[in-house]
Design a protein around this ligand. Structure first.
Ligand code: NZQ
Ligand code: ZN
Length: 383
C-alpha cells in the first residue's frame, strides 16, 4: 500500500424526509444568501424544490434560484450563475438534483470568487477556494455529493473536462433515498453503472498488497450486483434505493481508493462519447468498460480473475468480464455505441480529442498506458 492522506469532511445527512434539514444546515455553514441550482424540472415536478425553499424560509435564509442544468452540464449556464451570484451577493450555492446540477453548482461556486475565467479550473488549475456548496441529491450515480470534482462541457468545441480541489467538496449532502424513487429505470441503470465504474476504476491498480481496499470495493460491487436489479424491478423498494445510494457515495469519496494507483481510462474514453453524442455518462460507461477491460486484461490477468471469482462467482478473467457485460445489458444498458449514434467515421475525432485534449501528448495513462492506436481499437470494439 502507498502512503496517503484521507480527508473527506462532507457532512452526510441520510434518510427519509431529511431535505427538511436544508435550512438548518445552510445556517450551520454560515450561508446567509443562497443560490438554489437545479436541472430540467424533475425537482419542480416532485415538489422537492418547494420543500427545500420552505426549509430555507423557516431558517430565515433568503434565496434565489437558477434551473435548467442539462445532463452533461454546459459552460453557458455556469457563466450565468456566476454573474447572478455576484449581482445578488450570494454566499452559498445549494445544488438540488443529480451530478449535473451538483457539478454546475461547484463550477459557479468556484467562478463566483475568481478573477479570471472559471474554465481555467477545467484546464488543470486546482480549486482551492470557492463559495461553500451543499447538495440535496436526487440520483445515486456520479458521487459528486462527496467528491472534490466537477465535470463541465465547454459549449465552444464541446470539450468535456474535469476540475478538482478541496474548495468544491460539499460542506453537506442530504441523501434521502426516497427522492430517487421517481427515477425512470433507464436513469436508475445509468446510475448503477456509473457507481460500478467508480469501483472498477479503483480496483484496476498496479499497487500490490491492497487487500483492505480490494475487499471494500468487492463488497460494494456485490451490493450493486444484488441491489441494482431490485430497484430496476421495483422503483419504490426503499431498502434497495438506500443501499445503492450509500454505495454510490462510498464508491467515490475515495475511502476505497486510498493507498493505490487507480485507472480512470474508461472514464476518459467515455467522456469523449458523452461530449460528442450527449449520451448519459452511465450509458457510455456501460459500453466502454467491457471493451477496455478485454483490451487490457492480459496486463494483470490475476486481478481480473480475482474480481471474476469474488464478485461474479465465475472462474476466469474472461468469464468475469462477460458476466459484468451481461449484467449491464440485463439492467437495460446499451452494449454498443451504435445504439446512441456512434459511427465508425467519428473514431479519429474521438481519439484526437482524447489523446491530445487536456495537455495530453498522444496517449492516456492509467492501469495501462493507451496510445492513439489502442484507443482507436477500443472505440472500434464498441461499434
Ligand atoms: O434535470 P432533471 O429534470 O433533474 O432530470 C435528471 C436528468 O435528466 C434526471 N433525474 C435526476 N434525479 C431524478 C431525475 N428524474 C426523476 N427523478 C429524480 N429523482 O436524471 C437525469 C440525469 O441527471 P444527472 O444529474 O445528469 O445524472 P448524474 O448524477 O448521473 O450526473 C451525470 C454527470 O456527472 C458527471 C458526469 O460526467 C455527468 O456529466 N460526473 C461527475 C463526477 C464528479 N463530479 O465527481 C464523477 C462522475 O464520474 C461523472 O463524470
Ligand atoms: Zn463516473
Amino acid at each position: 500500500m502507498e502512503n496517503f492522506t484521507f480527508y473527506s469532511p462532507t457532512k452526510f445527512v441520510f434518510g427519509k424526509g431529511m431535505e427538511s434539514e436544508a435550512g438548518k444546515l445552510v445556517k450551520a455553514f454560515d450561508g446567509s444568501k443562497v443560490l438554489i441550482h437545479f436541472g430540467g424540472g424533475s425537482v419542480v415536478r416532485s415538489g422537492l424544490l418547494d420543500r427545500v425553499k420552505a426549509s430555507l424560509d423557516e431558517a430565515g435564509i433568503p434565496h434565489i434560484e437558477l434551473g435548467g442544468v442539462k445532463p452533461n452540464p454546459r459552460s453557458g449556464l455556469v457563466y450565468e450563475g456566476i454573474d447572478l451570484c455576484r449581482k445578488e451577493g450570494v454566499d452559498f450555492v445549494l445544488a438540488v438534483g443529480g451530478g449535473s446540477a451538483i457539478d454546475s453548482s461547484k463550477a459557479i461556486a468556484a467562478g463566483a470568487i475568481y478573477d479570471g475565467d472559471f474554465w481555467d479550473f477545467y484546464c488543470g488549475k486546482p480549486i482551492d477556494k470557492a463559495l461553500p456548496v451543499g447538495t440535496v441529491l436526487t440520483i445515486a450515480a456520479a458521487g459528486s455529493e462527496g467528491s472534490g470534482d466537477s465535470v463541465i462541457t465547454k459549449e465552444d468545441g464541446m470539450f468535456k473536462r474535469g476540475a478538482s480541489g478541496e474548495g468544491i467538496r460539499p460542506k453537506f449532502s442530504i441523501l434521502n433515498p426516497e427522492l430517487t424513487e421517481t427515477l425512470p429505470p433507464y436513469q436508475t441503470a445509468c446510475g448503477i453503472t456509473d457507481i460500478m465504474a467508480h469501483l472498477y476504476e479503483r480496483y484496476l491498480t498496479n499497487t500490490k498488497d491492497v487487500e483492505v481496499t480490494d475487499r471494500l470495493i468487492e463488497a460494494l460491487l456485490i451490493t450493486m450486483k444484488n441491489e441494482g436489479p431490485k430497484a430496476i424491478k421495483n422503483p419504490n423498494d426503499y431498502q434497495a434505493r438506500a443501499n445503492i445510494m450509500w454505495a454510490g457515495t462510498m464508491a467515490h469519496t475515495n475511502s476505497c481508493g486510498v493507498g493505490r494507483s487507480q485507472d480512470w481510462n474508461s472514464h476518459n474514453i467515455e467522456h469523449e462519447l458523452s461530449a460528442l453524442y450527449d449520451c448519459a455518462h452511465g450509458a457510455g460507461l456501460a459500453v466502454t468498460m467491457p471493451a477496455v477491460f478485454r483490451y487490457v486484461m492480459d496486463h494483470d490477468k490475476a486481478r481480473f480473475t480475482q474480481v471474476a471469482q469474488r464478485v461474479w462467482g465465475v472462474e476466469t478473467a474472461e468469464e468475469g468480464i462477460d458476466a459484468f457485460a451481461a449484467f449491464l445489458k440485463s439492467i437495460g444498458m446499451p452494449s454498443t455505441i451504435t445504439e446512441f449514434g456512434g459511427k465508425e467515421e467519428d473514431i479519429p475525432t474521438l481519439v484526437k480529442s482524447l489523446c491530445y485534449g487536456d495537455g495530453r501528448d498522444g496517449s492516456i495513462s492509467g492501469f495501462v498506458t493507451l496510445n492513439e492506436e489502442d484507443c482507436a481499437n477500443i472505440y472500434k470494439a464498441m461499434l
